[in-house]
Design a protein around this ligand. Structure first.
Ligand SMILES: Cc1ncc(COP(=O)(O)O)c(C=O)c1O
Length: 346
């Protein structure tokens, strides 16, 4: 039986062209700044994001943590969405290692934060309060179902944060999905924020890595934090080479993943008992609810036995992510197995 793996876009394997580029990569010691391939990747990333400099890190989690460490001091407070990846899935690193208080503002379903709620959460100057110094945004928004923050929204919320003396970091793990969905250059979406990171290891199909981007001074401090966290990677050009191919060749094809996500969402909408609004699917993440007769975790387990892999995301919530390694035929196959299971459930 063919497995249709829709758990995450992180399962994508490097392309042949990436493997070839990895084999041929010029190498040096990156901690000395001497790996020519890492240097090329960082330059390309900074250019694409419209920032002065970039830093190659092993993961999105490390990029986000370095951003917090660089923007804040222990005892500060940072604001993030209640559904933020940084809040849910990064092991509380900002608090544990950065010594900051994480304060959440409710995420609306579309991944945005209400400007009034953000303004209210910013602490006034008072001896009793931690100082609020950083706002973190996420685009696309993972737990909100791959939703996209527009340039207008980003500019407005960043403007509000800046007026109140806050810096803004954007967790743009999937910012290229947002740029493709909105059909705008990615640099536009990144332009209002002070720092942005993105992953090459997700839909862009490179095996490892993330890039943190910002101005020169910020990135110099960030580089030192990366070293302290053990993220100085020596001949990292071996993996950076795949990242260059990812940025040059894999961005435009993300539209295909958005189309397969739509195909999946429309198909799921036809399955009796499954709850989904296909209109709300904006990129490559599809969130739906299992039929009322079966909890999400059990639904996922039963489907796994039928060769369809998904992730449970709450009581009945289930997540599917489309990517380069699943095509339209795989989606149709997954849908027919889902329909069969729902029929069996009665
Ligand atoms: C929105 C978001 N930010 C950050 C990360 C962390 O990336 P990594 O798994 O490379 O640490 C992820 C991973 O799925 C993510 O979805």
């Amino acid at each position: 039986m063919k497995i249709v793996d829709l758990r995450s876009d992180t399962i994508t394997l490097p392309t042949e062209e990436m493997r070839q580029a990895m084999y041929e990569a010029g190498l040096g010691d990156d901690v000395f700044g001497e790996d020519p391939t890492v240097n090329r990747l960082e330059k390309l990333a900074a250019q694409m994001m419209g920032k002065e400099a970039a830093l190659f890190t092993p993961s999105g989690t490390m990029s986000n943590l370095i951003a917090v460490l660089t923007h804040t001091r222990p005892g500060n407070e940072i604001l993030l969405g209640s559904e933020a990846h940084m809040f849910w899935y990064e092991v509380g690193g900002a608090s544990t290692l950065g010594g900051v208080v994480m304060r959440t503002v409710p995420n609306d379903q579309d991944g945005t934060l209400n400007p009034g709620a953000v303004e209210q959460a910013i602490r006034p100057k008072n001896i009793h309060h931690p100082q609020t110094t950083l706002l973190c945004l996420e685009n696309t928004h993972n737990r909100c179902g791959g939703t996209v923050l527009t340039l207008d929204y980003t500019s407005a919320i960043v403007g509000l944060a800046h007026q109140n003396g806050l810096q803004v970091h954007l967790d743009g793990a999937r910012i290229f999905n947002a740029a493709v969905a909105l059909d705008v250059p990615v640099s536009e979406l990144a332009s209002p924020v002070d720092s942005v990171c993105f992953c090459i290891s997700k839909s862009l199909s490179a095996p490892v890595g993330s890039l943190l981007c910002g101005n020169q001074e910020f990135m110099e401090k960030a580089r030192k934090w990366r070293k302290m966290l053990g993220g100085g990677m020596r001949q990292a050009g071996v993996i950076a080479a795949a990242g260059i191919v990812a940025l040059q060749k894999m961005v435009n094809r993300l539209a295909e993943d958005h189309a397969t996500a739509q195909r999946l969402a429309s198909g799921l909408a036809q399955v009796p008992g499954v709850t989904i609004q296909p209109r709300e699917v904006q990129t490559n993440i599809v969130i739906f609810e299992s039929p009322a007769t079966i909890p999400g975790a059990e639904f996922v387990q039963r489907l796994d036995a039928q060769g369809v892999r998904l992730l449970p995301r709450g009581r009945r919530r289930v997540r599917a992510v489309t990517h380069r390694m699943v095509g339209a035929a795989d989606i149709d196959e997954a849908l027919s197995r889902i329909k069969l299971l729902v029929k069996e459930l009665g």
